[in-house]
Design a protein around this ligand. Structure first.
Ligand code: DQA
Length: 144
C-alpha cells in the first residue's frame, strides 16, 4: 500500500514554529516514527508553501497512491482550488490538523476542503498524522 502525506504552508517549520500549539517534533521525526510503525506501507512525504505546487503534487498522485493524508495548513480555510483538486482524485484524502482548529480563532473553524475529503482528524498533535494513516489503511482493507 502507498500513502502520500502532504503538508501545506509553514508546516516545514514544525519543531520551531509556535511550539505551544504545534509541539517540538519535526516532520522528519514524525515520518521516521510513521515508517517504523507502518513498515508494510510505502510512505511518501511532500511539503510546499505554494498553493499551486500542492495542487500539482495531488494531481501527480492520481493513479499512483492508495490514499493521501493532507494537512493543507492555512489553505484549508481559503482554497477552492485545493477543494477542486481533491475532488478530482480517485484515492481517498484525509484532512488532518495538528491543532484543534475548532478551539482556535473563528477563521480556522471553516474548512473549504473538508467536504471533498473522506474525513477530518484534528487536535491530536503530531499523532493526527498517525491517525490519518490508520484511517486510510482501514479504508483500504475494507475495500479489498
Ligand atoms: C493547521 C491549522 C491551520 O489553521 C493552520 O493555518 C496551520 C496548521 C494544523 O495542523 O493545526 O498551518 O493545519
Amino acid at each position: 500500500m502507498k500513502i502520500l502525506i502532504v503538508n501545506g504552508p509553514n508546516l516545514n517549520r514544525l519543531g520551531s514554529r509556535e511550539p505551544g500549539i504545534y509541539g517540538l517534533t519535526t516532520m522528519e521525526e514524525c515520518m521516521e516514527t510513521l515508517r517504523a510503525r507502518f513498515p508494510e506501507v510505502e510512505l511518501e512525504y511532500y511539503q510546499s508553501n505554494v498553493e499551486g505546487f500542492l495542487i500539482d503534487r495531488l494531481q501527480a498522485a492520481e493513479g499512483c497512491t492508495d490514499g493521501i493524508v493532507l494537512n493543507a495548513g492555512a489553505y484549508t480555510h481559503t482554497s477552492v482550488a485545493l477543494h477542486d483538486a481533491i475532488r478530482s482524485l480517485s484515492a481517498p484524502v484525509v484532512e488532518v490538523h495538528i491543532s484543534n482548529v475548532h478551539g482556535r480563532e473563528e477563521f480556522r473553524h471553516r474548512s473549504l476542503i473538508a467536504a471533498a475529503c473522506q474525513g477530518v482528524i484534528a487536535g491530536f498533535g503530531m499523532d493526527s498524522y498517525r491517525l490519518g494513516v490508520e484511517a486510510l489503511i482501514s479504508l483500504h482493507s475494507t475495500k479489498k
